[in-house]
Ligand binder design. Structure first.
Ligand code: SF4
Ligand code: SF4
Length: 199
């Protein structure tokens, strides 16, 4: 054994180093939080619980039943029931099996009218898998629950503008979409804004 090692052993240098580290950590700011009493703020663009955007002017969803989301979904977990009336397509139901979703957000990027989003909600675990099958009503409720907690009156959807592409080459519908407004239907009515402002 070398002299240096003998000294380290005699004076218990490693143990003292460990104790010093413990002492320092006792007085430093913790990196953990006391969940669920405290919650971490997630970043914009976090891919959480699915929602159908509620059009603030009509109070309904914005889906036009184009089926682009179902076509691009690699998990095949979006199911749309639609009916053709005389001159337009009506979406009867819109179902997402969230337990099968891989949160790739292809559906959000593909949607031409920004009808579907992955919100920043992450607390939606369930005991029963069937509770993770979201139908149209549930998806609209997810939007209401999410927007109620937002401090601003718009939602910036990270995925509506394809990154890395010259903006002039974005599809027209994506280019013209601004942040999603989340004003309540009642508020809009109170302010007397005509419903024709909707899409
Ligand atoms: S995030 Fe991806 S996997 Fe999930 S529903 Fe959308 S396209 Fe499908
Ligand atoms: S892509 Fe958008 S508008 Fe088309 S069916 Fe899906 S949610 Fe509806």
């Amino acid at each position: 054994m070398r002299f240096g090692e003998v000294v380290r052993k005699i004076f218990m240098i490693e143990i003292l180093k460990g104790l010093w580290l413990t002492l320092r950590m006792l007085f430093s700011k913790p990196v953990t939080i006391q969940y669920p009493f405290e919650r971490r703020k997630v970043h914009e663009g976090f891919r959480g619980r699915h929602a159908l955007v509620r059009d603030p002017f009509t109070g309904k969803d914005k889906c036009i039943g184009c089926m682009r989301c179902t076509t691009v979904c690699p998990s095949r977990c979006i199911h749309i029931k639609r009916e053709k009336t005389e001159n337009k397509m009506v979406v009867i139901d819109y179902i997402i099996e969230a337990s099968r979703c891989i949160y790739c957000a292809y559906c959000v990027e593909a949607c031409p009218v920004c009808a579907l989003v992955l919100t920043e909600d992450y607390e939606y675990s369930q005991y029963k898998i069937e509770n993770l099958v979201f139908d149209k009503e549930r998806l609209l409720k997810n939007w209401d629950e999410f927007t109620k907690k937002l401090e601003k009156d718009y939602y910036f959807n990270k995925f509506w503008q394809p990154p890395g592409i010259d903006p002039s080459r974005w599809p027209k519908t994506k280019r013209e979409q601004g942040p999603i407004q989340i004003k309540r239907v009642e508020e809009i009515k109170r302010e007397g804004i005509d419903e024709s402002h909707g899409h």
